[in-house]
Design a protein around this ligand. Structure first.
Ligand SMILES: NC(=O)c1ccc[n+]([C@@H]2O[C@H](COP(=O)([O-])OP(=O)(O)OC[C@H]3O[C@@H](n4cnc5c(N)ncnc54)[C@H](O)[C@@H]3O)[C@@H](O)[C@H]2O)c1
Length: 249
């Protein structure tokens, strides 16, 4: 029970990778808050964790709305006493366009959710972590933020921003018992993103992976869980690839 007496907030945990992370945290004793813009999905995911013997709470929260984020984090602290672990997982993908055809609206929406959302949530939880002198922040970025993938410049740039933000905050709070790390998965199966591909797109993406397959959400969760744990006490500002060997730099 590595996370007994810990309160964890996982954004975007109604499904996909976030749900897999929330499931592991709850199974290992954390009280887990599923904070997702999809109210029904969050409630169903929390019910599933409780049915499996975990302690879970559902909050409807849009990470791109700073006032909502602040108010939600405050009410979680009031209810549960603290926030010890924050997993910034909520994210979107947009339509594929080259930069010269991408709209302002698509670009800004991507930044609002994928990058500003991580900033708002991180800023909102740091005071409680600083007061306890303990905290774990795990950001789910993407290998796209390191490689730069054509036709998803908005997504790639937002994830590169998350990687840089991770390193900055890690240094700011390095002496306060708080670690801040980042996971950069490659394509992950059983997610909306993976389901959106045609069989041809899927085959061409898998061909880039030395292990010749996508990750599972559980494989990404395993790395996130390590970073959220006490054992990762001397790991901060780090970027962990979960790519089946795709990253060769
Ligand atoms: N699936 C992949 O192949 C892959 C690869 C690399 C990185 N990632 C990253 O992993 C994270 C999770 O991805 P996934 O594939 O599980 O996604 P998903 O689409 O399956 O789930 C995303 C969740 O985030 C929620 N969400 C979306 N916008 C939100 C908002 N504004 N506020 C709060 N919640 C919001 C959705 O309701 C959903 O429950 C994302 O940050 C994504 O960029 C995914």
């Amino acid at each position: 029970m590595r996370f007994k007496n810990r309160v964890a907030v996982v954004t975007g945990a109604a499904r996909g990778i976030g749900k897999a992370i929330a499931t592991r945290l709850a199974a290992e004793g954390a009280a887990v808050v599923i904070a997702d813009v999809d109210r029904h999905g969050a409630e169903m995911a929390a019910k599933g964790l409780e049915a499996a013997g975990g302690k879970a709470f559902a909050y409807c929260m849009d990470v791109s709305d700073p006032e909502q984020v602040t108010a939600t984090m405050q009410s979680i602290v009031q209810l549960l006493g603290s926030i010890d672990i924050l997993v910034n997982n909520a994210g979107i993908v947009g339509e594929e366009f080259p930069v010269h055809q991408m709209s302002d609206e698509q670009w800004h929406r991507m930044m609002d959710v994928n990058l500003h959302g991580v900033f708002y949530c991180t800023r909102a939880v740091l005071p409680t972590m600083l007061s306890k002198k303990w905290g774990r922040i795990v950001n789910i970025a993407s290998v796209a933020g390191k490689e730069g993938v054509p036709n998803i410049a908005d997504y790639s740039a937002s994830k590169a921003g998350v990687i840089a933000l991770t390193k900055c905050v890690a240094k700011e709070v390095a002496r306060d018992g708080i670690t801040v790390n980042c996971v950069t998965p490659g394509l992950t199966d059983d997610t909306e993103m993976a389901r959106s591909f045609t069989p041809e797109q899927r085959a061409s993406k898998v061909a880039k992976v030395p292990m010749a397959r996508m990750a599972t959400p559980e494989e990404v969760a395993a790395v996130a869980i390590f970073l959220a744990s006490e054992e990762a006490s001397f790991v901060t500002g780090a970027v962990y690839d979960v790519t089946g060997g795709r990253s060769d730099y």
